[in-house]
Design a protein around this ligand. Sequence first.
Ligand code: 6CS
Ligand code: FE
Length: 299
Amino acid sequence: MTFAPERITDLYPTRGATEVASPRQDPVVWSAPGAPGPISAGHLADYERDGFLAVDQLITPEEVTLYRGELERLISDPEMLADERSIVEPKSREIRTVFEVHKISQIFAGLVSDPRVVGRARQILGSDVYVHQSRINVKPGFGASGFYWHSDFETWHAEDGLPNMRTVSVSIALTENYDTNGGLMIMPGSHKKFLGCAGATPKDNYKKSLQMQDAGTPSDEALTEFADAHGIRLFTGKAGSATWFDCNCMHGSGDNITPYPRSNVFIVFNSVENTAVEPFAAPVRRPDFLGARDFTPVR
Ligand code: 6CS
Ligand code: FE
């Protein structure tokens, strides 16, 4: 006898006919109070309230040199230019992003399993974790484009099938993030409300959305309400600094028209208790390099 695959309840409906907001139904910090880990109780409380945690120096200047060198090596490797995991700038045709760097590069694999990195992810998510997505972003100067406002979870739920909000991202700066070169902006506290976006997901949406997101984009009205309620925080910091942020934060970044690149490595940890099922609001899965289907815990 064959059984129909277990249908998991969709707690966060999105990409229907109309935009609809609903309260978050998941904890932000999943570990028990006092659980061991690199983050202090006070900082965990800040993360729960704001949805993010800035770390002034997560890695040393020497390590920045190592990872920046690896980034440069990858983006100048002609083979990477032809690799589907590379996204190029529409205008300059320069590589802007390389996905799945934790699989392509031993050096970035080492960063993922560094206790300062995976230890924080386990503490926030209260379980073993695996990498749902990793990427290096170059964001060169002289006009590299940013990303419009969005919630990552809205995409990872709709298109990658993550059931609950038990996912955390870390953006580690590999160049200085000034207040002028297209830094990350987050609306503090926005992670506590889920905004289901209007408009169905086109087939092969990812081929466009990674340069210019369309499906999953909030309306001006919703963004105005969010910004009025939460404000907007711009993250600056030296190379080696990091921003940890909850999967459902409303965030975005501006274009970079300065001469100064804003490069980072971006790792998304998902709880092994929250593994991807079928997309909740898309016709097909995205490729594994965007939404992992290998749930092996990071050791
Ligand atoms: O679609 C995604 O998975 C990616 N897109 C954006 C704009 N941010 C999160 C994620 O890397
Ligand atoms: Fe994002």
